[in-house]
Write a protein that binds this ligand. Structure first.
Ligand SMILES: Nc1ncnc2c1ncn2[C@@H]1O[C@H](COP(=O)(O)OP(=O)(O)O)[C@@H](O)[C@H]1O
Ligand SMILES: N[C@@H](CCC(=O)OP(=O)(O)O)C(=O)O
Length: 358
């Protein structure tokens, strides 16, 4: 077994926040203790930490005259620094250095941005620094926002080719029903269970959370398929990270690496939410793309095009009923694609190397 692993730990707001809304200092201290232990064992650790908005709420009262977006910006701006102060203090106590990395959706939107981000996190790890990542809530508003930090943790885990992603929440893992129900059972190994996600997982979020359990599960399924072991566990349990790594707690999603997923394809798989256009394809193109051969998407199979995408943008590929089939990087822009669509013997809009099927 590999002894030195790259481990990404995502910590939800509820793990870090007291019922009053103030940061739970003992909890943060213990998280850092666990990071120090993992680093002593030779592992590299990256944190994705929520909690800025909750921390801000406990420090200031924003005037009710402010609109919801401004309120969140003010709370995050005040809270992020309070949160990082605590992390910094506890890392320093262990003679360790941590750093702050604030990201937005744009940080992943083009391959250049993506490589920049990868480079930054890898450089910090080379310097033996523990990056603490959060969304830049001060500038990420409305449609510019990620769904939540679960989505970010998945993006970063696949970006740095992590071995393990540990998602820490305030429940022991995924249950067969809402955890408050008496007959709800903890699912230990996700792959061994037939579970009806829509019925098992309610939309409800815990008090300070944003995404809820469904985004955790969707992230876990997608990221495990990109070669990362994923565990969802209870961040309020002492030494939970060691238990999750030994598969002694939480819900586990085993990595099943698809050798055809190159680094570029991984980026494209993760970039669906940044798609700038929709390409509707006919039955022939559908069969060609789904037959497991290395086929590119040719204009002859394109029925309809939506969106003003440019060369290099991510586009979503759909069948004629509007079901999403996959994503790809456009070799040319919408203007040219509109001219070439339905024509034989034209260059591929999406080359196989830049195509991922869901
Ligand atoms: N089937 C389920 N199994 C586990 N948790 C569930 C389930 N259905 C809903 N939940 C809720 O999801 C919550 C965790 O999501 P969230 O509020 O986003 O937490 P976090 O702040 O840690 O990201 C739990 O507190 C729980 O109430
Ligand atoms: N970026 C926000 C956290 C948003 C979020 O996704 O929260 P959570 O669902 O608790 O992981 C903050 O720091 O308050």
């Amino acid at each position: 077994m590999k002894t030195s692993k790259k481990i990404l730990i995502k910590i939800g707001s509820n793990v870090l926040t007291l019922p009053s809304g103030a940061p739970n200092e003992e909890r943060i201290k213990h998280i850092v203790e666990q990071v120090a232990f993992l680093k002593k064992e030779g592992h590299q650790v990256v944190l994705v930490s929520s909690g800025a908005v909750a921390a801000g709420r406990s420090k200031i009262e924003v005037p009710s005259s402010l609109d919801a977006i401004s309120k969140r910006q003010v709370l995050a701006s005040v809270g992020q620094i309070a949160l990082m102060n605590l992390y910094n203090q506890y890392f320093t106590n262990h003679q360790l250095i941590c750093s702050q990395v604030l990201i937005t959706k744009e940080s992943f939107s083009t391959r250049e941005h993506y490589l920049n981000m990868t480079n930054c996190v890898e450089a910090l790890l080379k310097c033996d620094i523990t990056p603490i990542i959060n969304e830049n809530d001060v500038v990420s508003v409305t449609e510019l926002m990620f769904t939540d930090n679960d989505e970010i943790s998945g993006l970063v885990a696949s970006m740095i080719q992590a071995d393990e992603l540990l998602i820490l929440s305030n429940v022991d893992g995924i249950f067969t029903d809402h955890p408050s129900k008496p007959d709800a059972l903890l699912i230990r190994d996700f792959d061994n269970e037939e579970i009806d996600l829509d019925n098992a997982i309610s939309e409800e979020k815990s008090e300070f959370g944003r995404g809820g359990m469904l985004t955790k599960v969707n992230t876990a399924i997608k990221i495990a398929a990109l070669g990362v072991n994923v565990s969802i566990g209870n961040g309020t349990t002492p030494n939970i990270t060691a238990q999750l790594l030994k598969r002694e707690a939480g819900t586990f999603f085993k990595a099943h690496f698809d050798k055809n997923k190159t680094a570029v394809k991984k980026w494209i798989t993760n970039s669906g939410t940044f798609s700038k256009g929709k390409i509707f394809i006919n039955k022939g193109a559908y069969n060609a793309l789904l037959n497991n051969q290395a086929n590119s998407l040719l204009p002859v199979g394109i029925e309809k095009i939506e969106g003003a995408f440019k060369k290099g943008d991510i586009v979503t590929i759909l069948d004629l009923e509007g079901n999403e089939i996959g994503y790809g990087k456009a070799s040319y822009g919408a203007e040219k694609a509109l001219v070439l669509q339905k024509q034989h013997n034209q260059p591929a809009l999406v080359h196989y190397n830049y195509l991922t099927i869901k």
